[in-house]
Design a protein. Structure first.
Length: 176
């Protein structure tokens, strides 16, 4: 199956229509609370690759699945896609709360994989087969976790705590 065909199946299975690439806003819910974020050009560029990563890894679009794909993308590197780093960071934080083991496993998998953030999206990319892309990016290779893998996960897991502490100190300093 080509990436184009697999992406279409992914869209249909998850009720994503055409992927929402042309929408002005991206809508989602946290429990019963609706949210929307602007669908910026930077996000549109990143999400075209992000959706292919879902296809290649098999991670779902549930909160746990999004946390897993975020951990995988962080570990394999979002390169110059700043919006991917930011969105993935927040999903990673949520994942640490709701599914820490799954996030850890996805992070380790990403540490030993490549991803498409190293290339610009082009329609010709969709003509590759899923198998070719998985082999090329080493998506299905497994390796035992190394000290470096666990250390990097610890750094990413500590980041939200450190950022929150810095914000509290900053606010206290400004108000104090």
């Amino acid at each position: 199956m080509t990436l184009r065909q697999a992406r279409q199946e992914y869209f249909e299975h998850n009720g994503l229509g055409d992927g929402g690439y042309t929408a002005k806003w991206v809508k989602f819910q946290m429990g019963s609370i609706p949210f929307a974020i602007p669908n910026t050009e930077a996000r549109k560029k990143a999400v075209k690759l992000h959706d292919l990563h879902h296809v290649l890894t098999g991670y779902g679009t549930t909160w746990t699945g999004e946390a897993e794909i975020s951990a995988w993308e962080i570990a394999s590197g979002c390169r110059g896609y700043l919006v991917a780093w930011v969105i993935n960071f927040f999903a990673f934080i949520i994942g640490l709360v709701i599914a820490p083991r799954a996030v850890y496993r996805a992070f380790l998998r990403g540490r030993h994989s490549g991803n498409f953030y190293g290339v610009r999206f082009q329609e010709s990319l969709l003509e590759k087969t899923v198998g070719e892309a998985r082999r090329e990016l080493r998506v299905d290779q497994t390796a035992p976790p190394t000290f470096a893998d666990s250390f990097m996960f610890s750094i990413w897991a500590a980041a939200p705590v450190l950022i929150t502490a810095a914000l509290i100190v900053g606010i206290y300093t400004l108000l104090g």
